[in-house]
Write a protein that binds this ligand. Sequence first.
Ligand SMILES: O=C(O)CC[C@@H]1NC(=O)NC1=O
Ligand SMILES: [Fe+3]
Length: 406
Amino acid sequence: MTEFDAVWLNANLATMQAGSEPYGAITDGAIAVRDGRIAWLGPKSELPAFDALSTPLYDVQGQWLLPGLIDCHTHLVYGGNRANEFEMRLQGASYEAIAKAGGGIRATVNATREASAEQLFVLGKDRLNALLSQGVTEVEIKSGYGLDLASEQKMLQVARELAVHHPIRIHTTFLGAHALPPEFSDSDAYIDYLCQTMLPELHRQQLIDAVDVFCEGIGFSVEQSRRLFETAKTLGLPVKAHAEQLSNLGGSALVAEFGGLSADHIEYLDEAGVQAMAKAGTVAVLLPGAFYFLKETKKPPIELLRRYQVPMAVATDLNPGTSPLCNLPLMLNMACTFFALTPEEALLGVTRHAATALGIRDAGTLAIGSKANFGCYAISQPAELVYQQGVNSLRQLVIAGQAVPL
Ligand SMILES: O=C(O)CC[C@@H]1NC(=O)NC1=O
Ligand SMILES: [Fe+3]
């Protein structure tokens, strides 16, 4: 008799594994859990013998099980809000003009520096709870609204603390190179400070899982990004970038040159950048919330990404300036309606490909040995999760083999 901690029966499994079946689907299936991991999955008829009397059983009654969703790009910890700038932009002010006038990221930097760690924790927990209710089980959280050592440290410590007190697994990313702080007038000097002081110290405190940079005309140049990536490499940290969001500086190709995890936004990505990403295995992270909220018109080169088989991930980019949208399922719908992804591509974007964008190997698909993180949805087909918004079809969320209260 095989020992399981629990078994889910009569389930349709969207494993999201590569293969011939769309969504890696297994109909009339079962999934068995042991020690927080998936111990077995497959057609119910092939389920190994186990002691049904002593093993908790869940009859899913033909509903669909999907891997826990992964939001691979968020700025979830931040103070204040930028509703005022939303009004200004509706009256015609551009994102860049507001940033140049001292608003934008700097406005949130001020609010985040003023907020206590406790206040940031409460705000972050509320946002994580919203994502949890949507079936999200892994979230990436960036720094980047502190821009000095104490404040960046505060942000990253809050992210680590949220991981202790919340069932969602959290991956931290250092984004000190998000904007030039008021204490610096020279961006090269600030990059020196990041490379020589801030990044090594925060890494020493084990607060960083990856390094990001805003590689853009209103952010940092490719040369400055390269210096940051070289420091990350010496520290053994993987890299990613906000790249080709408003123009094409070649940030995506730089990430690929460093074998980086992902290039994110990429509305202005060109074929050379796509080829470099394909060669390096760098993931294209699509952020339709920012595209929508900025009323951007330039779309990422989806056909090129498909042709060169660059994995596409989809994320909220939750942040107070360009994507105050704490809703990952909505991003699925936007990725299809704005960028013409198929529903399967969109769901891969918040499961298997999102895991790759974070360097995660034990989540993102339903597979033996993966963490037993999955959601049970009252839907008749996976595409419904992409198509219908606002009505929550999640009936049960399991993290590490345990059902979590929603
Ligand atoms: O406006 C903000 O607060 C962040 C915007 C966000 N950061 C970045 O580098 N690109 C973005 O869309
Ligand atoms: Fe972002």
